[in-house]
Design a protein around this ligand. Structure first.
Ligand SMILES: Cc1cc2nc3c(=O)[nH]c(=O)nc-3n(C[C@H](O)[C@H](O)[C@H](O)COP(=O)(O)OP(=O)(O)OC[C@H]3O[C@@H](n4cnc5c(N)ncnc54)[C@H](O)[C@@H]3O)c2cc1C
Length: 460
């Protein structure tokens, strides 16, 4: 039996893949529902609001597609929906106007998003050497591609994924695939061409943005329903972790009006870093200290419903990103009702915007009215919106997304050393190995297989 603490997508995926390997699991979730930050609110005057993730990137037909394996295993294939062609078009604000990100070389030559100087600067990229030290994303991109690419492509993209600051995030930890292109091919451009050719040769389909018919929440709900009776329990907060007997662990939990313990040889803490630190602290001060040093970005997600004819922009894409240089406070907006059907009533549109992050921590202190007013004004400028929304909903996260800052991988290696004596205890969540939903599932699957496949007698 394996005890899993945390019923976000990491803990649930670990539970599912262990169960598939014939391992009995018991998952404890503090909140009244499963899913963690995945939270689809469906009862909003006909709008389906994603309070957390709106979609995730699936790579069907690849070894990385743990999401596909989870969806198939839990019987959710019929409920998976793809963003379709419109989802491929992404806008970036430049000079107050939305410019579509070029989809390929011809579009790149004609786009107004980058100047001719910036385009010509790219010709130098294949001849630029590697840096000796670990670099921030900002340094790496400016060195290889130039300042304009940092400001108008990479920085807004990093805001979109991490709500983070490219000058603080480590290129090796936060965007390992980009780092790997340089390492393996000596150039991002040469690497991208080689990867494109290899994918074409192997017939690997391109990645696709996916969600579910009734929102991302279908995934944790469906996985929870597919697990055997008694495999999980919500409303049940783990409050202590202590050794039990010979090589065992005991997790004490509390729920409304009751409490109890779960015992097992193997325990997975699938928790945000701070919550994991609270449980691990009495066993390893060093591990807790490292976990507490992992910074998180605070963020607010605001969903707005407008009548279609209030919005001048065609909303024909995934959404837009607002580079910090453009002077808006909003980080960007998703065209939620364009991406997936059933997100807004007929004749209306749903836009989901984000504000805050590590470059604007003060946004968290704004009251609801100020926050919504500020985002509405920014959206009105970017998307040519007239009048007030018919509907709005605000969700705040004090600690939304872990920041893979410079030194992150060294700190995780140190954490592993500190945890080594605590046999049978595993820590995995979005602060390690990627923050996306698909990454969390992939990392949880790998951990589940390591545990289930460990030789008998070895507490993996
Ligand atoms: C606003 C927002 C937008 C995002 N957008 C996207 C997106 O569009 N696409 C994408 O791929 N990713 C997105 N992400 C990232 C992705 O959703 C998360 O990284 C991922 O869902 C985290 O899953 P997790 O299981 O690691 O952590 P969590 O979801 O945080 O789950 C941890 C769980 O542990 C529980 N818990 C905490 N303490 C205890 C305790 N003591 N006992 C028991 N349970 C406890 C919590 O209640 C929670 O349910 C977004 C994240 C946020 C916050």
């Amino acid at each position: 039996m394996v005890v899993i603490v945390g019923g976000g997508i990491t803990g649930l995926s670990a539970a599912w893949f262990l169960h598939q390997k014939g391992v009995r699991v018991r998952l404890l979730e503090a909140a009244p529902r499963l899913g963690g930050v995945i939270d689809s609110a469906r009862d909003n005057e006909g709008f389906l609001v994603e309070r957390g993730p709106n979609s995730t990137l699936q790579k069907p037909g690849t070894a990385d597609d743990a999401l596909g394996r989870l969806v198939a295993g839990a019987g959710l294939e019929d409920r998976l929906v793809e963003a379709g062609q419109a989802g491929r078009k992404r806008y970036v604000l430049r000079g107050g106007r939305l410019q579509a990100l070029p989809g390929g070389p011809p579009g790149f030559l004609t786009t107004k998003l980058f100047s001719w100087r910036a385009k010509a600067r790219l010709l130098r990229e294949p001849f630029i050497g590697r840096a000796a030290e670990e670099e921030s994303i900002a340094l790496f991109v400016e060195r290889r591609l130039g300042r304009e690419f940092l400001d108008y492509a990479v920085e807004p993209f990093i805001s979109g994924v991490y709500a983070g600051d490219p000058a603080a995030l480590s290129v090796r930890a936060a965007v390992p695939r980009i780092y790997e292109l340089e390492r393996a091919h000596g150039s991002l451009i040469r690497g991208a061409i080689a990867l494109g050719k290899a994918a074409k040769g192997a017939g690997t389909p391109a990645g696709r943005m996916v969600s579910f018919d009734r929102g991302m929440g279908v995934l944790p709900e469906g996985v929870g329903a597919a697990l055997p009776e008694g495999a999980w329990r919500s409303g049940c907060r783990a409050v202590a972790l202590r050794p039990f007997g010979f090589k065992g662990w005991e997790v004490a939990w509390e729920g409304p009006g009751e409490s109890g313990v779960e015992r097992a040889r193997t325990v997975i803490l699938a928790l945000p870093a701070g919550a994991a630190a609270d449980l691990v602290g009495p066993q390893s001060k060093a591990a807790a200290q490292i976990l507490r040093s992992i910074a998180y970005a605070s963020i607010a997600s605001l969903a707005f419903g407008y009548d279609r004819d209030q919005v001048g922009h065609p909303l024909d894409g995934f959404g837009f990103l607002a580079p910090r240089r453009e002077g808006l406070r909003v980080l960007g907006g998703l065209f939620s009702s364009t991406l997936f059907a059933g997100r807004a009533p007929d004749g209306r549109v749903l836009i989901t915007a984000f504000i805050g992050g590590t470059t604007d921590p003060a946004a968290a202190a704004l009251d609801d009215e100020e926050l919504a007013g500020c985002v509405r004004d920014d959206l009105a400028r970017a998307l040519d919106i007239r009048g007030q929304p018919a509907f709005q909903r605000i969700t705040r996260y004090a600690a939304a997304i872990p920041q893979y800052t410079l030194g992150h991988l060294d700190r995780l290696a140190e954490l592993d050393r500190a945890l080594e004596p605590l046999t049978g205890l595993h820590l995995q969540a979005s602060w390690r190995g990627g923050v996306s939903v698909a990454d969390c599932i992939r990392n949880a699957e790998a951990l589940a297989h390591r545990i289930a496949d460990a030789p008998v007698g070895v507490a993996a």
